[in-house]
Design a protein around this ligand. Structure first.
Ligand SMILES: [Zn+2]
Ligand SMILES: [Zn+2]
Length: 239
């Protein structure tokens, strides 16, 4: 099944290169060159009531599952659910050198930030979840940093991409079972102790799955003096 799915993605990638004005998901004609109106309307945003630490539906501020975990960040914000047509767009953004999609995707983040009443974005310094230098060389860009730069430019706030760095090229979290993910991020990141981080930090990432990666980054930031750490991701995997 995985082979067939990969083949479909491959065909779509070829079609996207040859016919750039087709929908990234269903290949219908599109005016914005990314998603047709039908696919656009299928985007599912994360809406309240959700747990502030995992963004799963919850009637309490922090859900029962998160209460049992050691979570270092203070709040998680996810804009949309990683499902349906937007999944195809994010996949292309991340894996197939379609870095121009940062413009399209960051617009959703801007709108979300402006709509969230409890978040004063101007109080934060942004940083992105780093990727290993070997992966950066291969991909040519860190997709989370592209989003962080767009947000920083839009809201005129600082972005520091050199606070946390990746020292080990670990296995992709997507290839691991839930139970293996927390172990996979241990000793993978390090922090530059010469850069002061004493205020409010917002970590930007593309997709939130179990949260092991951002939690590890938040742990380092808090240990290094960050007062508050908020995690903002474009999408969140559906349970
Ligand atoms: Zn479509
Ligand atoms: Zn939760």
């Amino acid at each position: 099944m995985r082979v067939i799915a990969n083949f479909k993605i491959f065909i779509k990638e070829i079609v996207n290169i040859l016919f750039p004005n087709l929908c990234f998901s269903c290949l219908a004609k599109t005016e914005n060159n990314v998603l047709c109106s039908d696919c656009y309307n299928k985007i599912q945003f994360v809406t309240a009531p959700v747990c502030i630490l995992c963004q799963n539906p919850s009637n309490t501020r922090i859900c029962g599952k998160c209460l049992k975990k050691r979570i270092y960040y203070d709040r998680l914000i996810c804009v949309m659910r990683y499902t349906g047509p937007i999944k195809d767009v994010i996949h292309n953004f991340k894996y197939t050198h379609h870095n121009f999609l940062a413009d399209f995707l960051s617009e959703f983040i801007f709108a979300y930030i402006e709509a969230v009443p409890y978040l004063n974005i101007c109080e934060y310094t942004l940083t992105a979840v780093p990727i290993h230098p070997a992966k950066l060389k291969e991909r040519g860009y860190n997709q989370s940093y592209l989003l962080a730069k767009k947000i920083a430019n839009n809201f005129k706030i600082p972005v520091k991409n050199d606070i946390i760095f990746k020292i080990k090229d670990n296995m992709s979290q997507t290839e691991l079972k839930k139970t293996e993910r927390a172990d996979n991020v241990i000793n993978v990141f390090d922090i530059d102790k010469n850069i002061p981080v004493n205020g409010k930090i917002m970590i930007i990432d593309d997709i939130f799955t179990t949260g092991s990666t951002v939690n590890e980054c938040a742990r380092l930031l808090k240990e290094h003096g960050a007062k508050e750490v908020v995690v903002l991701t474009l999408a969140k995997t559906v349970l």
